[in-house]
Design a protein around this ligand. Sequence first.
Ligand SMILES: [Zn+2]
Length: 290
Amino acid sequence: MTLPSTPTIVDYPTGAVTSNGTVLHRETLGADRAIIVLDRTAAHPVDAAWPDQGPDRGTITAGGTRFPLLDCVVAATDGVALFLGSDVPVRKGTDGWTFVVAHLVDADAAVEEGADVQVDIDPDYRSSLSAGHTACHLASLALNRALAAAWSKEAARDALGAPNFDALAIETSTILENGARDEYRIGKSLRKKGFGTAALDDLAAVQGEVEVTLRAWLAAGGTVAIERDGDSITDRREWVCDIESGARIPCGGTHVHSLAELAGISVRLERRELDGAVGLTMLTSVTAAA
Ligand SMILES: [Zn+2]
């Protein structure tokens, strides 16, 4: 049983929903699951380092039999053991460590080391996550712009030049089917950086501004692409969207290919009072073009 020393080649950034690969490693996980590591895969794994987009749904076909993919997670090995998800003790790029995609299947699944297998991803579920993820990035940029006047000091700028509220205040981001849920926290440190929470007093107005911006971007129907330094899971990837002067955001997820695929994006903002801070939730929903 040999643990891989090269990172998994990933096909999902191009939008692929099928891949053919070889089983490099198999080991059991607990009583009822097995971990399968392939040389390449179309399956998007959840990354515990920033778990915004969850695992793809799909199957692995080996020897003519289809086995359901029960989960798919970013894993890493030092050559001695394989660590899954939040058990990975190092960051990507750490010397001596190899990052891979771990496919979880039933322990009884006949997917053996050395076998040539095919991965098939549920295309509808993937499409709904890709639409949700693109909408999430657009909504965050539109929110940054709507809140730009709330800043009394110079702040880090986003991909379109607005103060980057999203990056500075985000706590969790969850990509949903045809949507996303972003949780922000405005605490003492953000207020010290110059963000005035009075900007959140009239959320309906902020929401309206965000939606006006989103409508204009969708109407222009720009292209969306993932640019990457290489095809392995650890290569740096960026979401590149043809809106205004062009936006780039580092991102490991999947996306639509054009804003023309999206008919409309709406957002709902909710405010909560936390202990010494303000919580803001942005729920984004997107409808696909017919
Ligand atoms: Zn992203």
